[in-house]
Write a protein that binds this ligand. Structure first.
Ligand code: FMN
Length: 236
């Protein structure tokens, strides 16, 4: 397990990263094989975590009644959030498909438990949010592993956490971090839906990298990489 990656393996990882998509509308009804689901969950469980606290839990959901209640929370929150934006953006927002709660065979709530191995966790005393960041690392592992298994994942955050806590019987101290929809798909889009529909563009790499200090886009000591990142580095 400590050997170096071959070129083929390396390309496999980059392929997973660049072809991973948030999936909302391409789920098919075929159930996810339990072996596959177990591998995906195991990948999530091997994420880095602050102080090795492994503060996550994964609640697997397929009960249609639970899904229905979560979908109701989505509808409510979508309506509420649409009041925050003016026309014509409002109608555009409301026209987007932003969840696949009922269509996906498996829903998964990923939670954060700040009390696990607590109260002292190495590395969490100065930045308490490091616990939440760890859960996000697990979610990203899960998302990439799912992509390599050709399983689509969609993250639904247009939900009330209070409702989720009630629906899923979460204790007070447990925080729902992600509500995910998982399933086989008929295709993975080549680009994010929100990019394809002209909501927002992908920023250029060169515009998100600074050198040495905030907002410094030029620096002689970093000249070579400045040139490289100006070119189109998209995965083929
Ligand atoms: C924290 C988080 C919350 C998200 N919430 C939603 C959501 O409620 N509904 C949705 O359709 N997509 C949601 N997404 C997916 C993003 O819209 C998507 O990642 C982004 O548009 C880029 O597309 P891609 O994931 O296909 O590359 C969420 C993503 C993240 C990371």
């Amino acid at each position: 397990m400590t050997d170096k990656f071959t070129n083929e393996e390396k390309n496999g990882l980059y392929k997973a990263i660049h072809s991973r998509r948030d999936v909302r509308s391409h789920f098919i009804s075929k159930p996810i094989e339990d072996e596959i689901l177990s591998r995906i969950l195991n990948a999530a469980h091997h994420a880095p975590s602050v102080g090795f606290s492994q503060p996550w839990n994964f609640i697997l959901i397929k009960d249609p009644e639970t899904k229905k209640r979560v979908k109701e929370s989505f509808e409510k929150e979508r309506e509420r959030s649409s009041q925050l934006v003016e026309e014509p953006k409002k109608s555009k927002y409301l026209s987007f498909k932003l969840e696949g709660i009922l269509e996906s065979p498996v829903n998964l709530c990923v939670t954060y438990d700040p009390s696990k191995f607590g109260p002292f966790v190495i590395g969490r005393s100065s930045i308490p949010e490091a616990g939440l960041y760890s859960v996000c690392c697990a979610i990203q592992n899960l998302w990439l592993a799912a992509r390599t298994e050709n399983i689509g994942v969609g993250w639904v955050s247009i939900l009330s956490n209070e409702m989720l806590k009630k629906i899923l019987d979460l204790p007070d101290h447990i925080i729902p971090v992600a509500y995910l929809c998982l399933g086989h798909v008929d295709e993975f889009s080549s680009k994010p839906d929100l990019e394809k529909k002209g909501w927002l563009p992908r920023l250029e790499l060169k515009d998100v990298i600074y050198f040495e200090k905030w907002d410094k886009k030029e620096n002689f000591g970093w000249k070579n990489i400045q040139e490289i990142i100006k070119t189109n580095l998209d995965y083929p």
